[in-house]
Design a protein. Structure first.
Length: 267
């Protein structure tokens, strides 16, 4: 009998360790560009789903859902109203500048300079959703020198991010809307982003990212605030992570843009 109770206890612990989680996420950007995105995330092991309530108007349509079965590296964006889906590599979401420059070939040359990163531990943060947090900040900056059709310009970019993270939730449960280890395709900057990701280990419950861009005396500022609420640990059915039968695969908005740029570059 004693052994039976021990087996039951271990089974319960194993089930708890393997159980998934759901939570609401809201991301709002203000400033030069204004947009917002919100939805409900479901995670079970390496499987992920985001039920999009309000999309960004570019890549993620309203009332769509996003699924992944490989830890978020590949995303399938499913539009039930159109019965279509398209795939994205997670890197593509942050690969915009580097990819666009590469598509232009020899017509555009670019190089980065003065990359900097500063990671600081700001000590205990306030409790969020009942979870103890640590507050951390990461400041990154770099110059991008661009030469296009004989014209030269320098763009200075900087980002200051404050994060409230908890070690009481798995960092693997974080969604792509929360700051992660993305890549731009530019080695110097990718090293900074990798350093940034290491500087904010833990599950982010709140983040405030301020981006400042300077070009030819012009300043552009954007602030993105991301909040996680309504966290519930539960088992998620496998059916939540499947593309419905009969849906048609189409090009993603990023693929369409790249094809247009590639055509323009070869004219």
């Amino acid at each position: 009998m004693k052994r039976a109770w021990i087996a039951v206890a271990f089974a319960a612990l194993a089930h708890g360790a393997m159980a998934g989680v759901t939570y609401k996420i809201d991301s709002t950007t203000t400033g030069t560009q204004e947009r917002s995105m919100s939805g409900v995330v479901e995670v079970e092991g390496s499987k992920f789903r985001l039920n999009v309530d309000k999309g960004d108007g570019m890549v993620f349509p309203d009332s769509s859902f996003v699924i992944s079965t490989n830890g978020g590296r590949t995303l399938a964006v499913v539009d039930p109203s159109a019965k279509t889906y398209y795939e994205l590599q997670l890197d593509q979401l942050a690969n915009g500048i580097g990819a666009m420059m590469q598509q232009m070939g020899d017509k555009v040359k670019f190089a980065t300079a003065n990359p900097k990163v500063d990671v600081r531990d700001l000590g205990p943060g306030e409790k969020i959703e009942g979870y103890a947090t640590k507050k951390k900040s990461v400041d990154t900056s770099y110059d991008m020198n661009i030469e296009a059709m004989g014209q030269k310009m320098t763009i200075t970019m900087s980002m200051a991010t404050e994060s409230w993270v908890t070690d009481q939730l798995s960092a693997e449960w974080a969604s792509f809307l929360q700051t992660g280890e993305l890549r731009t395709g530019m080695p110097d900057i990718d090293k900074l982003i990798a350093a940034q990701a290491k500087g904010t280990t833990g599950f982010p419950l709140k983040q405030i990212a301020k981006v400042h861009v300077q070009q030819n005396g012009m300043d552009m500022n954007m602030t993105t605030t991301t909040n996680v609420t309504s966290i519930v640990k539960k088992t998620i059915a496998d059916s939540e992570f499947v593309i419905p039968a009969g849906f048609t695969k189409v090009d993603s908005p990023i693929e369409k843009m790249m094809k247009m740029m590639s055509g323009a570059a070869h004219r």
